[in-house]
Design a protein around this ligand. Structure first.
Ligand code: PMP
Length: 409
């Protein structure tokens, strides 16, 4: 097996080579959004310099090139997650739009009064609010798998009690963006499948961080965002089983998604085009292809191992400091660490770290219900990607010690 030159990979990310407030940038906010390699930035500008035109409509050269590259990316995404066919890949604006599309389209047809939608207490707002909106419209009920506490595991002893035949949809995150918990997706999907419950996996934090195979995971829907995995902002993916997508009503109406339009009635294309009304984010789709190629050249197993090593190292270093409260599992965590310093507000941690060039995130991380459950308002979070280094973790720990001294904690 070839050795990976991580420093060489890091040099592919021009943005990382800069000073912030007089210090070298240490970018540890990757769970919010990743940085982009030169290959992705070049792909975007090449597209606008050479091939820009609208897709699927033209019969001129530029439009044909744009359409070919757009559809090649769909095929590339299918391979990336081992979908059976590219027709199962719908381009969205991101994870949030993917979940809203499922709630509006699949949900309106399949969720009735009295049905249950099963979620977990560690869901991002984007996997809670669309279901609340649907529940209000339909009279369905939301139920939650509890989180055990600060160690942040799903309490699966409650699963038999909660995963019942009244549940029509079980939607849960693969990796928690606040706790770093890695949920047993295949096992959860198998248990749901036995009861005929449809499953949706929020892969916002896992796609691009570990190998994903929708067929072996056994889910029915899976969603993720391009911007968190070296791709551009504004592009995302919704994967759904073909037989399910083919039975879903349209989401947005407009151009591109129709076969015929009459003044009073229209007929619609099959998936995926039925769900892609209007001019899509063409450059975003094409550059996502470049991002996936880049990630697979590094190897997602390698990325996962690297992120996990950094996060484990970071967790162990923080655990050695006094007056630190750590969140998420002690072992087997994904590439991020959430923490609180006693008597220091998370926002103060992030602000002082920023003055020293270290980019963290502080707040509720779009997990307000989880914060309530844990009895806190916010956490500070360091999240890693493959271009981060052990030296950056050391720098982060050094800065954390300074913060503790600064606030006299
Ligand atoms: N789910 C999880 C677990 C996330 O971490 C995020 C992004 N923070 C989202 C959903 C929403 O992703 P986006 O804002 O790209 O739609």
């Amino acid at each position: 097996k070839k050795m990976i030159d991580w420093a060489k990979l890091r040099a592919d990310f021009p943005i990382l080579d800069q000073q912030v407030h007089g210090h070298p940038l240490v970018y540890l906010d990757n769970a919010a959004s990743s940085q982009k390699p030169r290959a992705v930035i070049d792909c975007l500008s090449n597209y606008y310099e050479k091939d820009n035109a609208n897709v699927h409509r033209g019969i001129h050269e530029l439009s044909n090139r744009a359409t070919a590259a757009f559809e090649a990316s769909r095929q590339r995404v299918a391979t990336f997650i081992n979908a059976k066919t590219q027709d199962e890949i719908i381009f969205t604006r991101g994870t949030t739009e993917g979940i809203n599309l499922i709630a509006a389209s699949w949900g309106s047809k399949n969720i009735k009064a009295g049905d249950k939608i099963l979620l977990t207490e560690m869901e991002h707002h984007s996997n809670i609010v669309p279901w609340q909106l649907l529940a209000e419209k339909t009279g369905a009920k939301l139920v939650y798998i509890p989180v055990t506490g600060d160690e942040g595991l799903l309490d699966l002893s409650k699963l038999d009690q909660l995963l019942t035949p009244e549940v029509k949809l079980f939607a849960f995150t693969h990796i928690s963006n606040t706790l770093g918990t890695l949920n047993p997706v295949a096992e959860l999907c198998e248990r749901a499948r036995k009861l005929g419950v449809t499953t949706l996996v929020d892969a916002a934090q896992s796609a691009g961080h570990l190998p994903l195979d929708v067929q072996s995971l056994g889910c029915d829907f899976l969603v993720f965002s391009g911007h968190k995995i070296c791709g551009p902002t504004g592009i995302g993916v919704l994967w759904g089983r073909q037989e399910i997508l083919d039975n879903m009503p349209p989401y947005h109406g407009g151009g591109e998604m129709i076969v015929t339009v009459d003044f009073f009635k229209s007929t619609f294309k099959k998936a995926p085009h039925r769900f892609e009304a209007g001019t899509p984010d063409i450059s975003g789709v094409i550059a996502l292809h470049a991002a996936l190629d880049y990630l697979d050249a590094v190897g997602r197993e390698n990325i996962f191992k690297h992120d996990q090593e950094l996060a484990t190292y970071c967790y162990d270093q923080l655990a050695q400091l006094k007056n630190v409260r750590l969140f998420g599992p002690k072992t087997g965590r994904a590439g991020l660490v959430s923490f609180l310093l006693e008597d220091v507000h998370a926002h103060d941690v992030v602000t002082v770290a920023d003055q020293r060039g270290v980019a963290l995130r502080g707040g509720h991380h779009c997990n307000q219900p989880l914060m309530k459950k844990l009895g806190i308002a916010s956490t500070a979070r360091a999240s890693f990607y493959f271009y981060n280094t052990r030296a950056e973790v050391d720098r982060f720990i050094e800065v954390t010690r300074e913060i503790q001294k600064f606030f006299g904690a």
